[in-house]
Ligand binder design. Structure first.
Ligand SMILES: C[S@@+](CC[C@H](N)C(=O)[O-])C[C@H]1O[C@@H](n2cnc3c(N)ncnc32)[C@H](O)[C@@H]1O
Length: 217
């Protein structure tokens, strides 16, 4: 495990107790490993596994962020979702109903998302530039990222990937405590918009952008 372990976003004590109770009552030991549900693009189709610091957005937040990156990418734009599978999933759901379609790629550590085929790229932030040859530099109109750990070490490495991939626009979701490094590393400004998760997290989460956005106000 990385030395970022202590910086894992945490569930509130109340949520954690409820989850333990649920697993105890259902006779299960934890999240199932290969549980892609029927609608493979629904948020939560892959169950959260806290050992990988997985905390999925609420439906509303996933939709708001997907709308934002679609709008910013523009018609037929390219979107990279780094460690943000819910946004990728919501993009796929929304995009199927539109004509001005975008394309999206999910860079993720959890290989359960390989079920998404060519749009899944295995990604470990510890090797931030270890990417397949066909993932070209500056080839995405916008990059959205939600790093697994709240540490400068982790954010610094993810920032290398973000800067490699983006043509310019960046949308970062992470803890409020990361405001200073987000500004220092990528010149990002904190937004007023408050991302919400399916389970309440003890850490305050925020979004950060480097472009004019309605998320800012
Ligand atoms: C805090 S969650 C962000 C998920 C986001 N809230 C969503 O709903 O899509 C962190 C993400 O980082 C991924 N992750 C875990 N370890 C990683 C690693 N070593 N490198 C890159 N991503 C990793 C997790 O699988 C998870 O999707």
């Amino acid at each position: 495990m990385s030395d970022c372990e202590d910086d894992v976003p945490r569930l509130s004590a109340e949520t954690l107790a409820a989850l333990h109770e649920f697993y105890a009552e259902s006779g299960r030991t934890g999240p199932e490993q290969n549980s892609i549900k029927t609608d493979k693009f629904s948020v939560g189709a892959v169950e959260e596994d806290w050992r990988m610091s997985q905390f999925w957005y609420s439906e509303d937040t996933a939709a708001r962020l997907a709308e934002e990156v679609m709008q910013q990418a523009g018609e037929h734009g390219r979107i990279a979702c780094i460690s943000a599978p819910s946004v990728y999933q919501k993009l796929k759901q929304l995009d199927s109903t539109r004509s001005d379609s975008v394309s999206a790629v999910l860079l993720e550590f959890d290989r359960r998302f390989a079920a998404y085929g060519d749009e899944f790229v295995f990604y470990d932030y510890n090797n931030p530039l270890c990417l397949p040859e066909d993932v070209l530099p500056q080839s995405f109109d916008i990059v959205i990222a939600d790093p697994p750990y709240l540490s400068e070490e982790c954010l610094g490495k993810v920032a290398l990937t973000i800067k490699y991939l983006t043509k310019g626009k960046i949308l970062l979701c992470t803890g409020a405590i990361m405001e200073e490094p987000a500004g220092k590393l990528m010149d990002l400004k904190i937004c007023s918009f408050l991302p919400k998760h399916n389970h309440n997290l003890a850490n305050e989460f925020r979004c950060y952008v480097n472009y004019e956005s309605s998320l800012l106000s």
